[in-house]
Design a binder for this molecule. Structure first.
Ligand SMILES: *Cc1c(COP(=O)(O)O)cnc(C)c1O
Length: 379
């Protein structure tokens, strides 16, 4: 089955009771048993729920994996991965990272004795220098937020395999429409399904997909034992979102390209970060591992003026000033005062998050309205 068919049919079967084409929302916590242990595969909804199972099968299918797991949020999914580790273990992570992931690593799991090393992986040549006998997991985000850095998944995967390490890839920005990390050698794919998979900014959810049975069993155990699951209604919503993932992504990419090119030519814009631009430092890797370049675009305005950048985002009318990304509607954010405000100025500027950096999640509205909105706000 090809990807565009998998988003609609992958892992799905018609409802056995009445042939419902869409999986019913099994809004139940428990299931009747005819005799102790005599049930139809479902006992209690923390462990399993048929709507969640339908979603988990869909997730596995679109990521070309065998086993899917859904969680109450993206961070709950990352939390489950970290629970595979023990005190003393080390994680090697990309250094340009979603803020919530960084917070979970350093403010929660460091207290449990897990160590994190943050290194730039845009050039993975010297990655092995950072691996010690305690290293167990490599954590990769690509493209990164908000700088749109690209990491070569295949190259990092070869290093992980050689050193017997797990490789987990946060695929939230790219989605399986653009890249399928398991096919490139990753062991675990992670999603904030809140973003493109859900696609309509109406649900918070996380997901994992793996191929290895033993690893899947450990994660299913953690999912049930820790209990950070998602409910049946949310499972239904994300399942519905996934059915249009391919056409939404196609338009996100088309609009993202036009916005990136418009910004590149605007006299008030200093620099545009989008992996589809030829001057992007890892454009060649992006071209190799991604099918297109996505709808996330960051840019810096000339003069790097904090107040002017704020005024620019306040003056947008079609773009909504908000956190999050990946929905059908266009959003704009100012990382220095929003997502990255808690990071000291010098530290955030070292990774490129300067005062006038603006991040756009380009939606699927009419491109002329989006460009006009940006032009008016920039002027
Ligand atoms: C939003 C996000 C997360 C966290 O997911 P939640 O669903 O908000 O818990 C993790 N990684 C990336 C890249 C994200 O954008």
């Amino acid at each position: 089955m090809k990807f565009n068919t998998k988003t609609i049919h992958g892992g799905q079967e018609y409802d056995k009771a009445y042939g419902a084409v869409m999986p019913p929302i099994y809004q139940t916590s428990t299931y009747a048993q005819t005799t102790p242990g005599g049930h139809k595969g479902y006992e209690y909804s923390r462990t399993h729920n048929p709507t969640r199972t339908a979603l988990e099968n869909s997730l596995a299918s679109i990521e070309n994996g065998k086993y899917g797991l859904a969680f109450g949020s993206g961070l709950a999914a990352i939390d489950a991965i970290l629970k595979l580790l023990k005190p003393g273990d080390e994680v090697l992570s990309t250094n340009d990272l979603y803020g919530g992931t960084y917070r979970l690593f350093t403010k929660v799991y460091e207290d449990f004795g897990i160590k994190f090393r943050f290194v730039g992986m845009e050039n993975a040549d010297n990655l092995e220098e950072h691996i010690s006998s305690a290293t167990k997991l490599i954590w990769v985000e690509t493209p990164t937020n908000p700088m749109m850095n690209i990491v070569d998944i295949e190259k990092v995967s070869a290093i992980a395999k050689k050193n017997d390490l797990l490789l987990a890839v946060d695929n939230t920005f790219a989605t399986p429409y653009l890249q399928q990390p398991l096919d490139l050698g990753a062991d675990i794919v992670m999603h904030s399904a809140t973003k493109y998979l859900g696609g309509h900014s109406d649900v918070v959810m996380g997901a994992l997909v793996v191929n290895d049975r033993e690893l899947a069993d450990k994660l299913y155990f953690i999912q049930n034992a820790s209990g950070a699951i998602c409910g049946p209604m949310d499972s239904f919503l994300v399942l519905r979102g996934i059915k249009t993932l391919h056409i939404r992504m196609q338009r996100h990419c088309e609009n993202g390209r036009k916005v990136a090119l418009f910004l590149t030519e605007h006299p008030r814009v200093e620099k545009v970060y989008w992996p589809g631009l030829e001057d992007h430092p890892n454009h060649d890797i992006a071209k190799k591992q991604m099918r297109d370049f996505g709808g996330m675009v960051s840019f810096v305005t000339r003069g790097n003026d904090f107040d002017k950048a704020i005024r620019m985002v306040e003056n947008l009318k079609v773009f909504t000033l908000a956190e999050s990304l990946g929905g059908v509607e266009s959003l704009a954010g100012h990382p220095a005062s929003m997502t990255h405000a808690s990071i000291p100025k010098e530290e955030r500027e070292r990774s490129g998050v300067v005062d006038s950096l603006i991040r756009l999640s380009v939606g699927i509205e009419d491109i002329e309205d989006l460009i006009e909105d940006l032009r008016r706000a920039l002027d």
